[in-house]
Design a protein around this ligand. Structure first.
Ligand code: GLU
Length: 452
């Protein structure tokens, strides 16, 4: 059984890149009838906000992503303590006392010498007296995970292929801050084990975190730590997708900071965003489809490219328009103006690029319509129309044919005054579709009024 998770920190709104990662994890799980976990990474109590948690839920549900399970790191601190204790017993964590400034200085010196800025493990050679001194001064340590320098890190990445890291070139990561708060790395590994996560799919900015976490999984397995889920695997399968960038190279500030609201407010349908994000950055063509099942069926990590995926809002607009133009009444109904039926939707559909625009065209049917000032000549023309107007199966066709014969007008001269008289507008949906919706009595009234 495939189990995936999306693990946002509720310290801000989700941006399109996050939404894409969430979607892909959901798709990966659903394609295999697996389970998708929403994991709220809220160990940073200071920056995490409940309002963001709610917005994350709302955004996912707007996209049609329904988690099978929701977890919160803040409710699982005991598990992280247990893992920490086990790692401590196994000698895989150690206290360090450097201040941020001291660490920064070390980094600068290393860089100045042309060396990679790797933590020098000075804390491992502190004498018991030095540690006592820190304690006496009331200085709390932060804790680092001790990488095994003899264990080369290798995994077969679902997108990037074989990845190999030399642990000697990585810093022992800080996992627990001096104030007792967790950094995300260890809790995340503990959760993945406890929840039986089989696949971790995330952005390529996490590749080096994965290298470190792979050693954490091994260390936890070799320690006294007992994962809650049996059938323990070595570690989840990892896949890192290329990042999503904006048209100009990075995500704009707006797209980087707004959740789904920006799209919803613009009249973008969630399915349009799903259709685009599902395939952006893959070798599969982006198609305007309402058919989530077909997107799931074709979802395949092997189609993911290594180059950054370019997100262009103009593409989204185009997909949205195409989607709306092919949207069946049943799918559109909930967002259409009250009273609009299937014929009404089919009449206005080709003229809208968002469902919200249906409202203004529907006004042409239900009125009141704009009043147009006609020339004397046109009024006479419209008076003739009143006389010739009869209801039939194709009233617009019949009326225009008769008017053409009677008055000799054609083209714009023939059609425009009639359209204006019947709808109050010079352009709009096909009159052949609109007129039956306006109805005989109302149409006659409008013609009479315009001819007066
Ligand atoms: N909270 C982390 C983030 O948002 C989780 C990353 C992950 O493990 O997927 O970057």
């Amino acid at each position: 059984m495939i189990i995936t998770r999306f693990a946002p920190s509720p310290t801000g709104r989700l941006h399109v890149g996050n939404l894409r990662t969430a979607l892909h994890n959901w798709m990966l799980a659903k394609k295999h009838s697996g389970s998708f976990i929403l994991r709220i990474d809220d160990t940073d109590a200071e920056r995490s906000r409940e309002e963001y948690v709610n917005q994350i839920r709302t955004d996912l549900s707007w996209l049609g992503i329904v988690p099978d399970q929701e977890e919160r790191q803040s409710l699982r601190l005991e598990r992280y303590d247990a893992a920490f204790t086990a790692l401590k017993v196994a000698g895989r964590v150690y206290p360090a006392y450097e201040t941020a400034q001291e660490l920064e200085l070390k980094r600068k010196v290393q860089l100045g010498r042309g060396l990679p800025p790797i933590y020098d493990r000075a804390a491992l050679s502190l004498s018991p007296e030095q540690i006592d001194n820190y304690r006496a001064e009331g200085i709390e340590p932060h804790w680092r995970f001790k990488l095994n320098h003899h264990e080369t890190i290798i995994w077969d990445d679902g997108v990037r292929g074989i990845q190999s890291f030399d642990p000697n070139l990585l810093s022992d990561p800080v996992i627990l801050r001096a104030d007792g708060s967790w950094l995300y790395m260890l809790p995340s590994a503990v959760d993945d084990l406890d929840m039986g996560v089989t696949n971790v799919l995330r952005g390529e900015d996490h590749v080096s975190n994965t290298a470190v976490q792979i050693q954490m999984f091994t260390a936890l397995r070799q320690s006294e730590f007992m994962p809650q889920k049996s059938g323990l695997i070595k570690h989840p399968n990892f896949a890192h997708e290329a990042l999503l960038v904006g048209k100009e190279g990075k995500l704009s500030k707006r797209l980087g900071s707004l959740g789904c609201d920006a799209f919803r407010d613009k009249g973008i349908e969630p399915q349009a965003l799903v259709a685009l994000l599902a395939r952006l950055g893959t070798s599969l063509p982006v198609e305007a489809t309402l058919d989530t099942i077909s997107l799931l069926d074709t979802f395949d990590l092997s189609t993911f490219g290594r180059a950054p995926a370019k997100f262009d809002e103009a593409d989204l607009d185009r997909i949205n328009t195409a989607l709306v133009h092919s949207m069946p009444f049943a799918a559109a109904k909930a967002k259409l103006p009250r009273g609009m039926d299937e014929d009404g939707w089919h009449a206005v559909r080709p003229n809208v690029s968002t469902l919200a625009e249906a409202e203004s065209w529907w006004k042409l049917v239900i009125g009141p319509i704009d009043r147009i000032e006609f020339s004397e000549e046109d009024r006479a023309f419209l008076l003739t129309a009143v006389g010739l107007f009869v209801w039939s199966e194709h009233p617009w066709h019949d009326l225009t044919v008769k008017m053409k014969e009677k008055t000799g007008r054609k083209g714009k001269d023939l059609f425009l005054p009639l359209r204006q008289a019947l709808t109050g507008k010079s352009y709009g949906p096909d009159m052949g579709d609109l007129l039956p919706l306006i109805g005989e009595d109302e149409a006659r009234k409008r013609l009479i009024r315009a001819s007066e």
